[in-house]
Design a protein around this ligand. Sequence first.
Ligand code: GAR
Length: 204
Amino acid sequence: MKIKIAILASGNGSNFEALAKSVKKFRGKVKLEMLITDKKNAYVRKRATRLGIPDFFLDPKKFKTPLALDKEIFKLLKKKNINYVLLAGYMRFLSPFLIKKFENRILNIHPSLLPAFKGGCAIKDAYRHGVKITGVTIHFADEHIDNGPIILQKPVRVKEGWSPEELEKAIHRLEHRLYPQALKIVVEKRFRVRGRRVDVFPAI
Ligand code: GAR
């Protein structure tokens, strides 16, 4: 049976594109059904058009509450029988409603070694803090921001003299490798969640 995925993104979409390209390697077993975005002018929409992936813009201003927006997202996901949702720079809090409906089926990428530097400016925050090592985390989403059980985590060493932009580039390079790797683990069902712990097999 084909595994169907949806990506939620709000911005540039470099991770969306990396995932879209990686899906082709599954030779039809996995399908990227749609992009859902909350930002009308997000560059990720242009990428979706170029790659031939349907995109849906839901204007948060048109919904009375965040829950109402998430209910509409859920409708879209149900209509297409989506199995997994990947957050790729989706800068919005997900309601417990959506998290429960897709328990351990929503993945998120975050540009730090969680639980350090949660939030929307993780790369800059880590740089300003002067860390020597930071990295990338892929985790299942739960009802708290950048918090759920960790699937994969890899470090980036901050080299002497690097600018924030150089660090950002290195983080993005790693993200574009790591997110497809996590997707592969998940669609091949090579994981088990035990509380906060995600066992991946064969072990990485
Ligand atoms: C990525 O660096 C991702 O890790 C981050 O947003 C960026 C999106 O870039 N996500 C978070 O900070 C989540 N808290 P992209 O639009 O080029 O994929």
